[in-house]
Structures are given as C-alpha cells and as structure tokens.
Write a new protein. Structure first.
Length: 71
C-alpha cells in the first residue's frame, strides 16, 4: 500500500518535473539503506519494507532525472 502512494508523485513528476525535489527522495533512499544496515536480525519481514521503499525512492529519482532532461 505504501508503494502505491508513489504513483501520484510519479504522475506529478511527469506533468511538472520541477515540482519535486530529487534531493529529498535521494536522502529518503539513503535513510532506508541505513535502516537495512542497522537491523539486528535480518528476515524477510524486517528487511522487505525498507528495501522496497528505498527502491521506490530510487525509481522516483530516476523519473525525476529522466523527465527533467526531457523538457
């Protein structure tokens, strides 16, 4: 469900590429990477959420860079 919240953001990036901050999503992806490193016990349950959110943030950053270069 949390990843589905990125869909409106990607649509907005497509229409208005300068409306979102790539730096914010980059920091959020780094934060989720640090969360993964800080886990004491790795399991699918504990690692999946921060990993998926981090990947989604990187996808948003990629979309930002792509659409900003396109316009």
């Amino acid at each position: 469900m949390d990843v589905s919240g990125f869909i409106p953001t990607i649509r907005q990036i497509r229409d208005q590429p300068d409306s979102e901050s790539a730096w914010f999503f980059t920091l959020f992806a780094i934060r989720n990477g640090l969360v993964l490193l800080a886990l004491e016990h790795y399991s699918l349950t504990t690692a999946l959420f921060p990993a998926v959110i981090g990947i989604a943030c990187l996808i948003v950053v990629g979309c930002l860079l792509y659409f900003r270069g396109r316009y």
